[in-house]
Design a protein around this ligand. Structure first.
Ligand SMILES: Nc1nc2c(c(=O)[nH]1)N=C([C@H](O)[C@H](O)COP(=O)(O)OP(=O)(O)OP(=O)(O)O)CN2
Length: 165
């Protein structure tokens, strides 16, 4: 018989309130709106000398640092084919090219993410990549498997699983 281990972080304070809009069905663009997002994480791996997969405290603190970056921000995609996002030193100008709709946000209110659309799935991927990087720097070893779930609306959850090759 084999055994595998993982930890799950699913705490009420792993939340962030942010604004966004996405496109769907090709060129339909949502109106600007916000969510109180909630994030849960699972990490798998062998047990260490403490019989931990990973210290809850390390994972919790790094996840909190990531959700802090997202909290009270306008989330924008950097590579959407139809949403042009142009930052300068003070502002971010955003244009939805099919109908010319435009928004201007203060630079400090925005987080421009390396995603083509700010869906819950792609926010989960970004959070997972950030968490993997931060934990590797903190612990000195790489996580082989982790899963991030981003709930944007009380049970509407995008999930990304990251596995080392
Ligand atoms: N698979 C996905 N589907 C959808 C996503 C997503 O990220 N992944 N996102 C959306 C929209 O962002 C939309 O805002 C969510 O829909 P909705 O439930 O209508 O959002 P509200 O917060 O306005 O909730 P109400 O229940 O309508 O008040 C769509 N699909």
């Amino acid at each position: 018989m084999s055994e595998t281990y993982r930890i799950r972080l699913d705490k009420e304070h792993h939340v962030f309130a942010a604004a966004h809009f996405i496109t769907f069905a090709g060129d339909i663009c949502e109106r600007l709106h916000g969510h109180n997002y909630r994030v849960a994480v699972e990490i798998a791996g062998p047990l260490d000398e403490n019989s931990y997969v990973i210290d809850f405290i390390a994972a919790r603190d790094e996840l909190h640092a990531i959700t802090d970056q997202l909290d009270h921000r306008m989330l924008l995609p950097d590579s959407h084919p139809l949403i042009k996002v142009v930052p300068d030193e003070k502002e971010v100008r955003v244009t939805f090219t099919p109908d010319g709709r435009r928004w201007i946000f203060p630079l400090g209110d925005c987080l421009i993410l390396p995603v083509p659309n700010t869906t819950a799935e792609l926010l989960a991927r970004w959070i997972g990549e950030q968490l993997r990087t931060r934990l590797a720097a903190r612990l000195g070893w790489q996580i082989d498997w982790l899963q991030v779930a981003v709930d944007e609306n009380h049970g509407q959850i995008g999930i990304c699983e990251l596995t080392s090759k």
